[in-house]
Structures are given as C-alpha cells and as structure tokens.
Design a protein around this ligand. Structure first.
Ligand code: UT7
Length: 318
C-alpha cells in the first residue's frame, strides 16, 4: 500500500530565548505563577529579520538534510501557519523560493494550533493520490507579533518557532496510518484574533478565555486520540509515543490520565518552547527524533487543538 512515510524532521528557533524572570520585568507576572499554571520556563521570540517564512525555511532545510533529499525532488510544500509573513501570497511560496525550487505545489493551511495536523493530513492524501512523491510539511509561527504584551493572561503562554517533516511515498507498513480532523466554529470567541484583512484591515491581537479552552482541550484531545488509534486498527497499549500540541503541561498530564497512558510516553517541550501553535507538534517531534527517543518503527500519535475550535490527530508508524 502506498503510504506517506516521514523520512526526515527538522526545526528552527529564533536566536533570542526569553525566560519567565525576564518577562516578569515588563509584565505583571512571576516565574512561580507561569511554571505552576503552565509548566513553561522559557520561550523563543523572533527578532528583526526572523519571520515565519525564514524559520520555516530553516526547519525545512534541516528536514531535507536529515532525509538526504535534494530540494529539486520536492513536489509539494504545505506550510501551516496563522502568522504568515504577508496576507498573501502564501508563505509556503517564500519557503519554496528560498529553497530554490522553481515549480512545485505550494500553499498555506490555516487551522491555528491544529494546522500541522491538518497540513499533514492533506499532504498524506495528496501523496496517496499520486499528486506528489515527496512533500515538505511545515508548521511555523511568530505569535509574538500578534500578542498583546499588556495582557498577562495570554502573552506569557506563547513563543515562536518552526518544525518540518519530509514525507515520501513508499510501499509498506511505515507511514501515516490514519488521520482524524475536526472543527466546531461555534467557539470562535473563546480563542481568536481581534483583527483581519476583511474586518478591521489590521493584523489584530490574540484573545483567549483560557479556562474554557482548557476544558474543551482535554476532552477533545483524549477523544480524537482514541478515534485515530481505533481508525488505525490499534489500541492505546500499542502507542510508543504521544507527540502532543504543547499548550500547557497540565493539559498534557490531564489528557494522559484520561487516556490511561503512562506520562513517560508523552513528548514534552512546552517547558522550553511554550505554545508555538502550528509549530509545536513538528518541533516536539524533531526534538524527540534527534535525541534518540523516537526510533524507526515506533507508533506515534500526533494530536493538537486550537482556535476555531479545530482539533486533530494522526497515527504514524515512524
Ligand atoms: O493553543 C491553543 C490551546 N490553548 C490552550 O490550551 C490554553 C488553555 N488554557 C490554559 O492553559 C490555562 O487556562 C491558562 C494557563 C491560560 C490559565 O490558567 P488557569 O489556571 O486557568 O488560571 P486562571 O485563568 O483561572 O487565572 C487564575 C488567576 C487569576 O487571578 P484571580 O482572578 O484568581 O485573582 C488571573 O488573573 O491567575 C491570574 N493570572 C496571572 N497571574 C500571574 C492570569 N495570568 C497570570 C499571569 N501571571 N501571567
């Protein structure tokens, strides 16, 4: 069976790391509060010249190097982001140009924190349909540019970064086994940006009712994780690693408890990266691949939930 196999991963972070203590110099917060409520110790913040497309390009290059694939072999680039460099064209085309690829399919996907899972699912379908043999799927964000730095209930939670995977069509047992995507647009006002090209003509700032998002997140993530495991014909006991969206350490712990999963099976990077929205799942995946925890043949479940609401999961034989 023709499947989309992850043959390389990569990631990129801005140069500047900002600790909670440094944040507390300008925001009414504390290292103790942020760690206790979220598990976040630090985040990376993009500086001048660092953009969603530049971080995405670096992550994509590293993933292509890890895969041993030349950019010229890439037939499809999908970039998941809610913070594109420009309203249009798609930042995926900036990545394409930076990689020196003159003709391939390239577009952005917008599903906020679930964006990478949505992009992975679309890429996998296109690979199975024969549209491309090699795809680069990226999650990249610069949420620091849409944060209200006077709102302590949101600005301490997010960071910037990018993660990427290279998918290749292969016959066999490895690859994306199943995906499940969901959206429920009734919850727009719980997590949104208060601007946009067609409404205010401005970029806007992120707004969130954190407690309500938290409640939905635990329920939806546990549910979609079970769904995708079942769709792949497997059980929770078969899972080697959960690679979750990194929003809050307490969400990861609560979801693991609800699933009956050992906490050691959860890849956690929220402590060092904070919430990087669409970048968080591929960033966490790359960290765990490079430090040797995730090995070829392991069964992974990738899952995420975010604005929309959207939520999604993928079962992958790595
Ligand atoms: O990526 C998309 C998905 N996003 C999420 O999953 C986020 C989900 N939500 C959360 O992670 C949590 O709800 C938060 C981390 C956002 C907030 O944690 P919480 O335990 O729900 O805190 P809370 O909102 O109930 O606030 C508790 C207190 C409040 O003070 P009072 O009213 O009890 O006096 C807040 O004003 O903490 C206060 N507070 C802060 N204090 C210090 C809120 N933010 C801060 C802060 N520093 N940064």
């Amino acid at each position: 069976m023709r499947r989309a196999v992850i043959i390389g991963t990569g990631s990129a972070l801005p140069a500047r790391r900002v600790t909670n203590t440094e944040l507390a110099e300008t925001v009414d917060t504390s290292d103790e509060w942020i760690i206790a409520r979220t598990g976040i110790e630090a985040r990376y913040i993009a500086g001048e010249g660092e953009t969603t497309a530049s971080l995405a390009t670096e992550a994509a290059r590293k993933a292509l190097d890890a895969a041993g694939i030349a950019p010229s072999a890439v037939g499809l680039i999908i970039l998941a982001t809610a913070t594109p460099d420009q309203t249009f064209p798609a930042s995926a085309t900036k990545v394409q140009a930076a990689l020196g690829i003159n003709d391939c399919v390239a577009f952005d996907v917008q599903a906020v924190c679930s964006g990478f899972l949505y992009a992975l699912s679309v890429a996998e379908s296109m690979i199975r349909a024969g549209t491309a043999d090699v795809a680069v799927v990226i999650g990249a964000e610069t949420f620091s540019r849409i944060l209200d730095w006077d709102d302590r209930t949101t600005c301490v939670l997010f960071g910037d970064g990018a993660g990427a995977v290279v998918l290749q069509a292969q016959d066999g047992e490895r690859g994306v086994l199943a995906t499940r995507l969901h959206a429920d647009g009734r919850h727009n006002e719980l997590l949104y940006v208060d601007g946009g090209p067609s409404t205010t003509g401005t970029v806007g700032k992120l707004r969130m009712k954190g407690q309500e998002v938290f409640r939905h997140a635990v329920t939806n993530l546990a549910k979609v994780t079970n769904e995708v495991i079942e769709a792949a014909g497997l059980s929770v006991a078969d899972v080697d690693w959960i690679v979750p969206h990194q929003a809050n350490r307490r969400i990861l712990d609560a979801t693991a408890r609800k699933l009956g999963l050992a906490p050691e099976k959860i890849i956690i990077t929220v402590d060092q990266h904070a919430n990087t929205s669409a970048a968080s799942v591929p960033l966490a995946l790359d960290v765990a691949v490079r430090d040797g925890r995730i090995k070829p043949g392991d069964l992974l479940v990738l899952e995420a939930m975010g604005g929309g609401f959207t939520w999604a999961a993928a079962a992958v034989r790595y």
